[in-house]
Design a protein around this ligand. Sequence first.
Ligand code: P1T
Length: 383
Amino acid sequence: MRFSTAAIHVGQEPDTATGATIVPIYQTSTFTQSMPGEHLGYEYSRSGNPTRTALEKVLAALEGGEHGLAFASGLAAETAVLSLLRPGDHIVAAEDLYGGTIRLLRRIFEPLGISSTFVDAGSLDAVEAAISPSTRMLWVETPSNPLLNITDIRGAAALAHETDALLVVDNTFATPYLQRPLEFGADIVVHSTTKYAGGHSDVVGGAIVTSDETLAERIAFYQNAAGAVPGPFDSWLVLRGLKTLALRMRMHSSNAAAIAERLVGDPAVDSVYYPGLTTHPAHDLAAAQMDAFGGMVSVRLAGGGPAARAFLGELKLFSLAESLGGVESLASLPAAMTHASVPEEERARRGIDDALIRLSVGIEDLEDLLDDMGHALEATRHV
Ligand code: P1T
């Protein structure tokens, strides 16, 4: 079954009780048993709920994995993956990650004795150099948030497996429509389904997909025991979003490519970060492991922080907001918003400064988005 057919049909057979064509929102916390322990497969909605099951099945199918597990947020999914580690274990993590992921590793797991070394994961040499005998996990985002760096998934998987570590890929930016990390050897894929999977900026959720039975069992145990599960309605919203993922990602990618081209060479612009640009340092690698380049573009304005603020103030269609991946375009200033929890010196060293703007390019008509960009760039010329 091909991608969109799977997105619309896997796990979504007509309801056996009523014939409902669309998976119902099973808004119930509990399930009646005929006798103790005798039930129809569900007992209590933290442990399992049919709407969530449908979502978990389709997520696994789209990523080409055996097991899908849905969570209450992307960070809840990440926490479940990190629960596989024990005190004394070490993580080699990309330095360009969502700020909340860095905070989770540093502020929650480091005090529990699970340490992380952050490296430029665009360089496999840097990843390899950071691996120590206690390394049990490599953690990357590709493309990364917010600088759109690319990691060679196959190469990172080989390094991880040489050393008895797991490769975890956060596939939120790419989505399974554009990139399937398990095919390249990743052990676990994580998602913030809040983003492209949901696709309409109306739900917070997370997911894990793996083909490893033992890992899936351990994470499923944690999912039930720790309890950060999505409710039935949130599961249903993501399930609905996934049906149009392919259509949306094609449009996000073509709009973003055009916006990136528009920004390149504009005198108000210092640099543009988009893996689809042939000038991106890892363009060829991105082209090899992705089917298109996605909807995220970052841009550094030549006029520094004041220009960035003028630009953001002038945008009309792009809302100034955290998050990404919805049908509507968003703009953010990572240094003050999504990455504010990363210490300032470190942000500055990595290039997440006050002039860096991140765009989540939506699926509005391109001409309107280009007009909006044009006006906002114009405003920066007067600061
Ligand atoms: O927000 P939540 O659903 O918990 O997901 C966290 C998360 C995980 N991974 C990536 C790559 C992410 O971008 C995020 C959340 N990111 C934002 C809110 C943001 O604006 O970048």
